[in-house]
Structures are given as structure tokens and as C-alpha cells.
Design a protein around this ligand. Structure first.
Ligand SMILES: CC(C)(COP(=O)(O)OP(=O)(O)OC[C@H]1O[C@@H](n2cnc3c(N)ncnc32)[C@H](O)[C@@H]1OP(=O)(O)O)[C@@H](O)C(=O)NCCC(=O)NCCS
Length: 161
């Protein structure tokens, strides 16, 4: 891996994360406030990868307030010019370690069914497609029908720690 440092986020990272998010194709750009929320209120379950003092990757997650053994990953993104250098895997390892320490047993995330690369990437990390909701097949992938609203089918993935 390139010389990168993995650390938990700080409140003031949100602008840099927001900037990286805008280059995170194929992930859609979200409202700026989302990033501020994560860096302010979920800082202990969000990590960044830093290279030469610049944020080149992030993973944003949180632990459910209702089920303390369940975590959710909102998003992960690596700078397009630094992909395939195990930065994503390092962020994940850090996240998994941290969740084990917090006694989380299940980690969920959702992926757009057309993001095939991300689905197989997460399978290689031990995630499986969850049978949640009514099933619908999109481009041969099992998704949960209308998960994010009418017509917005998503693949729900889950990893047991
Ligand atoms: C998905 C993503 C986070 C992976 O991070 P990364 O740091 O590039 O991945 P890693 O270097 O840790 O990859 C580990 C392995 O995953 C597989 N993999 C990762 N990217 C791949 C690609 N583009 N094509 C094929 N295999 C790939 C490979 O097996 C790779 O190992 P290898 O390089 O030794 O063959 C990154 O590509 C990204 O930010 N994508 C855009 C945002 C996104 O789709 N996020 C997920 C939405 S939930």
C-alpha cells in the first residue's frame, strides 16, 4: 500500500471529505450536511486515509441506536487516482476491528445494483446479499424492491463479524 495513515475523522475534515465525495463516481453527490453530520456526531466510527496530509479515502459508518450490535456503512470512497492500492481494504480492516471492539456482530450497507464492481468487492470482504424485502432482479442482481423509494431498488449487503 502507498504510505497512507488511517485515523478517525475530525470535525474539520468535513470539507475535504465533501470535496473527495464530489469525485467519487459512481456514488451520487449528496447534501453537504451529510458529511458534516458524520464527522461531528459519528466521528468514532468514521475513518479517513491520509497521504501527504491530504485525505485520499474515507469510510463513513455508525452503530445503530436501537440495536447496539448492528452497524451501518453509509459510504466508502477512495480517490480515483489511488484506487487498487489496498487503501479501501485498509479502511475496512480498521472499521471491522473497531466494530469488533464495540461488540457489533452485523454490518449492513446498500449498493446500487448497477455498481457491480462494488458488489463483488464487498463479497470479497465477506459481505453477502441479504434477502431483505421483496426481491427484484436488476441486471441479474438480487435487489430489494423500492428500498429507497418507488423504483429505487437497492442491494442490501450484510457481513457477520
Ligand atoms: C470500491 C472501492 C472503495 C475499492 O477501494 P480500493 O482501495 O480501490 O480497493 P483495494 O485496493 O482495497 O482492492 C482490493 C481488491 O478488490 C478488488 N477490486 C478493487 N477495485 C477493483 C476494480 N476496479 N476492478 C476489479 N477488482 C477490483 C481487487 O480484487 C483488489 O485486489 P487487487 O488489486 O490485488 O486485485 C473504490 O474503488 C471506490 O472508491 N469506488 C467508488 C466508490 C464506491 O463505489 N464505493 C462503494 C459504494 S458502497
Amino acid at each position: 500500500m502507498e504510505h497512507v495513515r488511517i485515523r478517525t475523522v475530525k470535525k474539520e475534515d468535513f470539507l475535504e471529505i465533501m470535496d473527495l465525495a464530489s469525485k467519487c463516481d459512481p456514488i451520487p453527490v449528496e447534501r453537504d450536511s451529510i458529511y458534516h453530520l458524520f464527522t461531528k456526531y459519528f466521528a468514532d466510527t468514521c475513518f479517513v486515509a491520509e497521504k501527504d496530509n491530504k485525505i485520499v479515502g474515507y469510510i463513513l459508518g455508525f452503530i445503530s441506536q436501537l440495536e447496539k450490535n448492528v452497524a451501518y456503512i453509509h459510504n466508502i470512497c477512495i480517490s480515483p487516482d489511488l484506487r487498487r492500492k489496498k487503501i479501501g481494504s485498509s479502511l475496512y480492516q480498521k472499521f471491522f476491528q473497531n466494530m469488533k471492539k464495540e461488540k457489533c456482530q452485523k454490518i449492513f450497507l446498500i449498493i446500487n445494483p448497477t455498481n457491480k464492481l462494488s458488489i463483488s468487492y464487498h463479497e470479497s470482504l465477506g459481505f453477502n446479499v441479504s434477502k431483505e424485502g421483496e426481491e427484484i432482479y436488476v441486471e441479474g442482481v438480487r435487489a430489494s424492491k423500492d428500498y429507497n423509494g418507488p423504483g429505487k431498488h437497492m442491494v442490501v449487503m450484510c457481513k457477520y463479524l
